[in-house]
Ligand binder design. Structure first.
Ligand code: ATP
Ligand code: MG
Length: 942
């Protein structure tokens, strides 16, 4: 977008130079556009280097989208700008400087499922009394996990909480408030314990990424200063959804002069609690009295009719809106006329679904591309119904949301194996396993044996062993016995991997992908399942199948296959998503499905644990109002996604006894009650058809590195592709699970020590003992074939660390950057990586990579350095972002002390760039032939 295309208000925002800037504006007025426009303007004017701009947003998807818009605006494309989510920004700070506040260099980030598991494993430590779980603690653990996260987001420390709870306790007299006080005391203590335990184990959760980063900046002025010199301009999109921790983080970075731009729309705040969206923006102006405020009212997205309906709806949130509080005008003026948004009432739910599919078919027939059409839903159940009907009608779609991982067939299969391993009498699991695709046993004999087992009053396992009916079955059972013997000593993940590998199941699956693309999806799910196993092993004491099965209840809640949502897929796929995921996006046609009371707005879900009012910041409005207002904002977001066509449907008969009423939001948007559908009975055949077979669903591969036809690759991936495209295909397209190699674990541990050493050494002296202690904490024992192997590796690690320490202390030469991440743009996309160490002195720039493989001679080391694709790619990265050649590229073999050195000329870099460009071109066109180094390919190992 060039400056001349901007309207005067937008232009003002884009040309804004220094100092705080607040853009408040309704949907589709170009807020996101203005952020990218300003970033490009600053760069093009030479006011800032790309790396000096930090643009923050909420989701990976939004960050990608901003990167793309920015890429288009910059003459040399996107180089080194920091467009990222709050969480990844926080995590970058922590991994660079975490050691400064006593955090380990390599922090283990745990997700929500792991958080619950962690709580469960340490349940005793929390000394729960008021909250003591009577039955299954899963629900309580989930509540506690959420509560602790919320406390961190609100920047309430355990200390504050404890102090407040104590005061509460002392000030109470009657029994009821005494009980309340002891409940709060217990929560405060549990919160303190949780944090303490997490730190001891070197773990952090999602909220820690932001709150700890903030703590670091607040307590270490020197680090704050050095980060501030790296970042000159800060911009935040969707500011209305920042929580307190996030808001403070950016304000701390921006400092008193406040060189910070925030854009937001209070009417689109959909993750907020108690009206803090407004206070966020109001407070911003209080903090920065010199804030320049710009209001945009021209909408470039939707027709005037859609805008009017949305505006009519949101008026019902008055007076808790900025438009009223700050006397702004947020009535949006459209740039194009069009048709009224349409309400379609139906009698039955089945009819509503069918008509939705038919209408979409008609849109497609008229030439609308699939990805210009979105079906937005409030909850996942509705999404399932939409997906179901689209599949039946043969419409290709892409669903951005999780399918539940543990309900997937292939995952259930794997679970059956693990469960049968730990309990031979688990008849269900054994039956599933034997009848499933792995063994494909004869169902009739299995059924007969099951019946006999019941008659004999013994388990299926025992029955099969005793019977001679089907010898193939008893053969399988004996095979499985040998696996059970391993189950005791191996982690659940290793056991399962070895099992599906050895019995040839993995190979069978991967071979099948040649003929059946649907199998690809299955393999993806399998890979996801392995990821959750690894996550389990990260936090669990008992890592075996036994420990795993015992924790299943805690683990299976809510694990979703979320990945595909964030990837761009083909253009012909109709987009199905929840409204929450649609924030910031736009579509030609939007269908809002199943707008019935109770579904949207849903009944208020009582949060079991709420932060006490006295502790929380933000405005307080009554809970009921708050809930309704937030749902209304969600409806506002949904409606304003549409460019030209907005269809809202509902149906009264969902099969229950009582008829459903239309959502109150319909009347609010229209200004009158929606007309009801005339009741008419659906022919029975139609009702039955709903259960009919699906008509040939097509599955699509959506690799994680492809987004909007552009690539996003790591240096490792590029290297893998250049070595062997087929290998690349296996690893990154099919996501075939990779066994953990002990060598990799070893390398990771040594790297951690090296980076810890350099990070500390910048500020203080580090003795050998310090390094050894640190190493002991990060050393992982799993993955080694035997105790003996582990002991040997441990010894060699200790020797290496000692030698490294000696050498560095004598050399007294420290790198300028350690573990610095970088990215650069090529014709087909972005390449990302991380330098181990960069030295900068009078000789120039040296890029160094540490290696733990055995290279015995200097000659060999030099040779390796010359041939190393990785280090050449680093040189390319350095050249791309600084336009300068590094003077020296070094592979440092810390095991043997050999140092390999090489130099790359501008011509070398040019050739490499061409190679990489070609590779990228091939990847985009889906070409994956086996490479010269074919023996590296994993399928040979299978
Ligand atoms: P939301 O509140 O939904 O996040 P937004 O305010 O961020 O919306 P954008 O997504 O930046 O709005 O812009 C909406 C649409 O309007 C985009 O398609 C954008 O390209 C277009 N647009 C923005 N400004 C202009 C302009 N001056 N001329 C033409 N089109 C514009
Ligand atoms: Mg936007």
């Amino acid at each position: 977008m060039e400056l001349k295309n901007l309207n005067p208000d937008q232009r003002q925002a884009v040309e804004h130079d220094e100092g705080p800037l607040l853009v408040v504006a309704g949907a589709g007025t170009g807020k996101t556009q203005v952020i990218t426009g300003r970033a490009a303007h600053l760069i093009n004017q030479g006011k800032a280097r790309p790396s000096q701009i930090l643009a923050l947003t909420f989701t990976e998807k939004a960050a990608k989208e901003m990167e793309e818009r920015l890429d288009l605006l910059l003459p040399y494309g996107l180089v080194d700008t920091k467009v990222m989510t709050f969480h990844s920004f926080g995590s970058d700070i922590l991994s660079q400087y975490g050691t400064e506040i006593g955090l380990d260099g390599r922090l283990g980030l745990i997700n929500q499922a792991q958080q619950r598991l962690f709580l469960r494993q340490n349940l005793d430590a929390f000394k729960l009394n008021y909250f003591a779980p009577i039955g299954d603690p899963v629900a309580l653990l989930g509540d506690l996990a959420t509560y602790f996260s919320r406390l961190k987001e609100e920047l309430i420390t355990p200390k504050q909480y404890l102090a407040w709870a104590k005061k509460l306790k002392n000030g109470t007299s009657d029994a009821a408030s005494k009980l309340e006080a002891s409940k709060q005391m217990e929560l405060a203590q549990a919160f303190a314990t949780y944090n303490q335990l997490m730190r001891q184990r070197g773990l952090i959760d999602f909220s820690d990424q932001v709150s700890l980063a903030l703590e670091l900046l607040l307590n270490r002025a020197n680090i704050l200063k050095s980060i501030k010199t790296e970042i000159k301009y800060i911009m935040v999109d969707e500011f209305q959804d920042t929580n307190l921790a996030q808001a403070r983080l950016i304000e701390t970075l921006a400092g008193a002069d406040g060189n910070i731009m925030v854009v937001g729309d209070d009417d689109q705040s959909i993750y907020k609690f108690r009206g803090a969206a407004i206070s966020n923006i109001l407070e911003f102006k209080l903090r920065y009295p010199k804030t320049k405020q710009i209001v945009l009212t021209k909408n470039y997205r939707s027709t005037q009719q859609i805008l009017d309906a949305a505006y009519q709806l949101i008026q019902h949130n008055n007076p808790f809106r900025l438009e009223i509080k700050n006397k702004l005008n947020k009535r949006l003026v459209g740039t194009k006329p069009g048709k009224q948004p349409e309400v379609r009432p139906y009698t039955t739910f089945g009819e509503e679904a069918d008509k939705l599919a038919e209408s979409i078919k008609a849109d497609l027939a008229k030439g609308l591309k699939g990805d210009m059409i979105a079906v937005l839903v409030r909850n996942r159940k509705q999404a399932a119904a939409v997906i179901d009907v689209l599949e039946r009608k043969g419409i290709n779609y892409h669903y951005s949301g999780g399918e539940r991982l543990f309900e997937q067939e292939i995952v259930r299969e794997m679970l059956s194996f693990l469960q049968y391993m730990t309990n031979p009498d688990d008849d269900n699991s054994l039956y599933n396993l034997l009848s499933g695709p792995i063994y494909n046993s004869d169902i009739a004999s299995l059924a007969r044996l099951s019946a006999q087992a019941r008659k004999h009053n013994r388990s299926l396992d025992q029955e099969i062993r005793a019977s001679t009916e089907d010898i193939s079955l008893s053969g399988h059972i004996r095979d499985l016995d040998s696996w059970r013997r391993q189950a005791l000593n191996q982690s659940a993940g290793e056991l399962l991997y070895a099992y599906i590998d050895k019995i040839g199941y993995l190979k069978r699956l991967t071979d099948a992908t040649q003929t059946d693309p649907g199998v690809v999806l299955q393999i993806n799910k399998l890979a996801m399942f392995f990821t959750t196993l690894a996550e389990f092993q990260q936090v669990s004491h008992d890592k075996t199948a036994f420990g795993y099965v015992a924790s299943l209840g805690t683990l299976t809640e809510e694990v979703e296959i979320a990945q595909p949502s964030d990837f761009e897929t083909g253009q012909d796929l109709v987009q199905v998503m929840t409204i929450h995921k649609s924030k910031g996006l736009e579509f030609e046609a939007v269908y809002l499905f199943d707008l019935t009371a109770g579904a949207f707005p849903p009944r208020r879900r009582a949060y079991k644990l709420e932060i006490p009012i006295e502790l929380a910041t933000g405005e307080h409005i009554s809970d009921e109002d708050w809930h309704l207002a937030e749902e209304r904002r969600l409806m506002y977001v949904a409606m304003t996604r549409a460019k030209t066509k907005l269809i809202m449907s509902y149906s009264t008969n969902h099969g229950g006894i009582r008829a459903k009423r239309p959502s109150q939001f319909l009347a609010e948007a229209l200004g009158h009650e929606p007309q009801a559908a005339l009741p008419k009975a659906l022919p029975a055949s139609e009702q039955i058809k709903m259960f009919g077979a699906s008509s040939g669903k097509k599955s699509t591969i959506s690799p994680s590195f492809l987004h909007n036809q552009r690539l996003d690759l790591s240096v490792h991936q590029v290297e893998d592709y250049l070595m062997c495209p087929l290998n690349f295909y296996w690893k990154y397209v099919l996501n075939v699970p990779q066994p953990v190699q002990p060598a990799m674990l070893y390398g990771t541990a040594i790297h951690a020590v090296i980076s810890y050493y350099f990070q500390q050494r910048r500020r203080r002296s580090v003795d050998l003992k310090d390094l050894e202690d640190y190493f002991a904490k990060t050393w992982q024992v799993e993955g080694y074939a035997s105790k003996g192997q582990e002991a040997r590796r441990l010894k060699s690690a200790q020797a290496t660390i000692k030698r490294f320490h000696q050498r560095e202390e004598a050399g007294k030469r420290w790198p300028k950057y350690v573990e610095r991440s970088f990215n650069f743009e090529l014709a087909h996309g972005t390449i990302r990586g991380r330098y181990d160490a960069i030295y900068e002195d009078s000789d120039g720039v040296e890029i160094r990579d540490f290696k733990t493989s055995q290279v015995e001679t200097k000659l060999k080391a030099d040779e390796k350095a010359r041939a190393s694709l990785q280090i050449s790619l680093y040189a390319l990265g350095w050249f791309a972002s600084t336009k300068q050649l590094p003077t020296k590229l070094v592979l440092d073999y810390v095991e043997t002390g050999q140092i390999g050195v090489t130099i790359k000329t501008a011509a070398d870099i040019k050739t490499l760039e061409q190679q990489v460009n070609e590779a990228c071109q091939q990847i985009t066109s889906g070409s994956y032939p086996p490479g010269k180094n074919h023996f590296h390919c994993i399928h040979d190992k299978l």
